[in-house]
Design a protein. Structure first.
Length: 202
């Protein structure tokens, strides 16, 4: 059974396709992180939506709070319109206890990283997939997902980026106009994909 809650704008479904994190199109060497609690088991390449490989997610080395400096980076290899993402905690066969309550996004543009919008509600358990659809897109080839918490806690994260690839015409229209758009809110949709009791919450 799927439980869905909605808030905010109606997503543009014509530009909300998975961009290759979950299915492996984005290769391991295209994923980086600020740190990893254990690089061999919970490194950035394990931060893929739906994956149970290794320790079951990406987990940063330090506790995460409101001013988090930890991030999971995805290099898409080409520019895309980013309209949302899907997040998930560390299920790990029921043994995981870590998830991110909130996330914020950063996009790469010439000259450096730029934060877009504020923190967006994410997970409340280790197993549900939460889709966050932003109201204003960003155009970039590299995205950082920053976990945020209202109090210091250990978090783990699995993600998929949503959007659509730019074709030549889109590139011409986007050039010089908007590298990274601002987000003034978003839709949160929680898909409860497993009715089993999670391993726990932190």
């Amino acid at each position: 059974m799927v439980a869905i809650s909605r808030a905010g704008a109606v997503p543009t479904r014509s530009c909300s396709s998975p961009l290759g994190v979950g299915d492996g199109t984005v290769k391991d060497n295209m994923m980086r992180a600020s740190s990893s609690f254990s690089p061999n088991t919970v490194g950035p390449e394990n931060g893929r939506l739906g994956s149970e490989r290794g320790g079951g997610a990406w987990c940063p080395a330090s506790l995460v709070g409101e001013g988090s400096e930890e991030w999971l980076e995805v290099d898409l290899g080409r520019r895309a319109r980013i309209t949302g993402l899907v997040t998930q905690g560390r299920w790990a066969g029921g043994q995981g206890q870590e998830f991110a309550q909130w996330v914020s996004l950063q996009g790469w543009q010439e000259g450096g990283w730029r934060g877009v919008g504020g923190a967006l509600a994410a997970n409340t358990n280790t197993y549900s997939k939460v889709e966050v659809v932003v109201e204003e897109e960003m155009v970039t080839s590299r995205v950082r997902v920053v976990p945020v918490s209202s109090h210091p806690r250990m978090v783990c994260l699995r993600v998929e980026l949503l959007g659509c690839w730019l074709d030549e015409k889109d590139e011409e229209n986007a050039a010089g106009v908007m590298e990274v758009g601002e987000m003034r809110g978003g839709q949160v949709r929680k898909d409860e994909v497993n009715r089993q009791k999670p391993g726990g919450q932190v």
